[in-house]
Design a protein around this ligand. Structure first.
Ligand code: P6P
Length: 347
């Protein structure tokens, strides 16, 4: 029997903490609480088609996006699963405008949790994989008091841990504390996440690119040239590449993490900051992909070094295998002058 068979998420986290004598075990408990929430959300996602929690709640989130019942279920489940443990001083959710204070009934801890409860939720009704994304920081404000906004607006390099859960053909939880990236598959027969992908390393070079080509007209001229370059035939450099785009960031990034690939959600002449959120999507994914040997940039700087200014700010993102991220940066740098002319003509 493989040693992995009984390497549960809880045991793996504890073994990871044993390498750090100063560890208090709080992070282990926090990650275990997150895995409990993931199991419950997975249950609901996998039966969504059978019960009346598909469809919309009838109201919009702070981004003006229609909120699906499953979005709110996942959001509420995470709040309930996480606040009672006493490990957090504050939370922030992509579904809520402001920071979320811990109820006075519970102890205030030293960690900060940011999460996107159900990313890709527009795909729920058509049974495409969706996911939960989370980021964990240590508080920077005074201990023992409620957390503050500055505890949430930290650079991505300050993350203590990050992870995602992809609810697909199986439910997989991937997390890192910065020392290796590990994947656990939920065994529904006894409700445990079992180690299935140890020490994930993303290929340095790939043959997959992921981008919404419907926005081609609005792209940076250098990005247009990069995509056309990937579509040319050249056996030595493995071109043409394959285009793979699900429209669900967690699913696209998970595939590219394992197979190699570059995922891009760039700025364009209509959306100068791109679409994806820095704190809830890009920072956690950048932390994970870098820990697996990949790269993540906004086109000008490392995602993890961006100094956040607001909870819900967006950022362009180019993330994945090093070779492709570096190449697209080169293409865009060569065309920067044309891009300025392009943008000024368009605006
Ligand atoms: P588009 C889902 O709505 C999401 O936030 C990400 O999960 C996904 O990568 C992106 O938006 C898809 O956006 O504009 O290509 O539909």
């Amino acid at each position: 029997m493989s040693e992995y068979r009984f390497m549960t998420l809880a045991r793996h986290i504890i073994e990871g903490e044993r390498k750090h004598p100063e560890a208090t075990g709080e992070l282990s408990k926090l990650l275990s609480d997150l895995s409990l929430a993931a199991k419950v959300i997975s249950l609901e996602v996998n039966k969504a088609g059978l019960v009346d929690i598909l469809g919309f709640t009838g109201h919009n989130n702070i981004h003006g996006e229609k909120v699906k019942k499953l979005d709110m279920f996942a959001h509420d489940m995470l709040l309930r699963a996480m606040e009672y443990g006493g490990h957090l001083c504050v939370m922030a959710s992509e579904e809520e405008e402001d920071i979320i204070h811990i109820s006075p009934h519970y102890k205030v801890g030293k960690y900060v949790l940011l999460f996107d409860p159900l990313d890709g939720s527009s795909n729920i009704d058509v049974n495409i994989s969706i996911g939960t994304i989370f980021s964990i920081y240590k508080r920077i404000s005074a201990e023992g008091k409620p957390g503050l906004i500055e505890d949430c607006l930290q650079q991505g390099i300050k993350q203590i841990a990050a992870g995602y859960v992809v609810y697909g053909s199986s439910t997989i939880l991937v997390y890192t504390t910065g020392e290796g990236v590990h994947g656990f598959t939920l065994d529904p027969s006894f409700g445990e996440f079992l180690l299935s992908h140890e020490k994930i390393r993303t290929p340095k070079k790939s043959r997959i690119y992921s981008i919404n080509e419907g926005n081609y007209l609005y792209w940076h001229p250098g990005l247009k040239k990069f995509i056309k370059y990937l579509q040319e035939e050249d056996e030595n450099s493995g071109r043409p590449y394959s285009s793979r785009y699900i429209g669900s960031m967690v699913a696209d990034i998970h595939r590219n993490l394992l197979y190699g690939g570059i995922f891009m959600y760039p700025s364009d002449s209509r959306n100068p900051k791109g679409k994806l959120r820095l704190m809830y999507e890009c920072n956690p994914m950048a932390f994970i992909v870098e820990a697996a040997g990949g790269m993540a940039t906004n086109g000008k700087q490392r995602i993890l070094e961006i100094q956040p200014e607001s909870l819900h700010e967006r950022t362009p993102i180019f993330i994945g295998s090093q070779a492709e991220v570096k190449t697209v940066m080169d293409f865009m740098a060569k065309e920067e002058v044309n891009n300025e002319a392009y943008i000024s003509n368009k605006i």
